[in-house]
Write a protein that binds this ligand. Structure first.
Ligand code: PEP
Ligand code: MN
Length: 349
């Protein structure tokens, strides 16, 4: 592994002394992470979910620090949490995605650690708003904190995909462009939501020159009280880390890759718009089918079809969309429309 690459690993939540210690020991012997993570106060959407063990977990983390010899890190969401961390001499914490979205909380937390020697990791806010992320980072920089890092954990999925959170890679890339000295750690566990996608996302983060990974790991994920599906066993985590390929970064290559990602992201959005528009069009086609059926009119109206072709070809700029291509697309759409109306006539729809 690359020398200055940071690995943060540990369970989503601390659940018991036994779970914390066994996970920490396994992780220490298999991958020796730079930080052992465990959430103690869990920001859950609904109050009925497991909300963390709270202060008692700090004693367990202290044990990890002393007995296992790993640095520890947990989530802080209020000055109250911070005060508890200080009581147990724990000097690294992350600000969660929900807290980052609240400038009052971030300001209060940063006011309480002015000019101290702590490590602060700032997760991106849930919504893809780079300004909020930057704002939180600036509040800690303004408080005189030298070790401020960013954590990219993905964003609210406006378009549902196989991932729990959408990576929007262009956002951390832009953060890196504006704050080249802030290291960005990727959190593939919360992006993926499922262990099967974690390897690929981790590799992508490395290809984009990120400075580390935060990975959720539990000694027995099946019994986890939160984020079960995305927690790796320590040995699965080791397998993923061993497979990662580190490349030497090269400026030209990075500029090319970033541009490519930016353009591909735009294409992804346009493709979903295309699908939405097709869906909308077919709904109208179906309505017309019903109308024709009620009025006993034939499906194929040749005059209308001729007009569609003529008017669309006239509308399109042939330098951008060739006549031949447009004709092909229109024919495919027309064929599908006729098929749908046939199904309506046959009552099979
Ligand atoms: C976490 O890391 O356990 C967590 C709650 O993450 P996030 O704030 O990114 O949802
Ligand atoms: Mn989690």
């Amino acid at each position: 592994m690359k020398k200055d690459f940071t690995i943060i690993a540990g369970p989503c939540s601390a659940e018991s002394l036994e779970q914390v210690l066994s996970t920490a020991q396994e992780l220490k012997s298999l991958v020796s992470p730079d930080f052992f993570r465990a959430g103690l106060w869990k920001p859950r959407t609904r109050p009925s979910s497991f909300e963390g063990v709270g202060e008692i977990g700090l004693e367990w983390l202290q044990k990890v620090q002393k007995d296992v010899g790993l640095n520890v890190i947990t989530e802080v969401g209020s000055p109250y949490h911070l005060e508890k961390l200080q009581k147990y001499n724990i000097s690294s914490f992350w600000i969660g995605a929900r807290t980052v979205a609240n400038p009052f909380s971030v300001q209060e937390i940063s006011d309480n650690i002015k000019n101290t020697n702590v490590n602060v990791f700032v997760k991106n806010p849930i919504h893809p708003d780079i300004q909020l992320w930057i704002g939180a980072i600036e509040r800690f920089l303004n408080a005189g904190i030298k070790n401020v890092y960013a954590i990219h954990r993905g964003f609210y999925p406006y378009e549902k995909t196989h991932l729990r959170n959408t990576p929007n890679w262009e956002i951390p890339i832009e953060l890196n462009r504006r704050f080249p000295d802030i290291k960005i750690i990727c959190d593939p566990s919360h992006i993926a939501g499922d262990t099967k996608y974690i390897g690929n996302i981790s590799q992508k983060a490395i290809d984009l020159n990120m400075s580390g990974l935060m990975l959720e790991s539990h000694s027995n994920p099946k019994t986890a009280l939160s984020d079960k599906k995305q927690q790796l066993t320590p040995s699965q985590l080791k397998t993923i880390i061993d497979k990662l390929q580190f490349r030497t970064s090269n400026i030209i290559d990075d500029t090319y890759k970033n541009k490519l990602i930016e353009l591909r992201n735009k294409i992804d959005v346009i493709d979903t718009q295309l699908i939405d528009i097709l869906e909308h069009r077919f709904k109208l086609v179906d309505e017309i089918g019903e109308l024709k059926k009620e009025n006993n009119v034939t499906i194929l109206q040749i005059e209308r079809w001729k007009k569609i072709i003529e008017s669309r070809i006239e509308y399109a700029n042939p330098d951008n969309v060739s006549r031949k291509f447009l004709l092909k697309i229109l024919q495919i759409i027309h064929k599908e429309s006729i098929q749908r109306q046939n199904d309506i006539f046959d009552n099979s729809k």
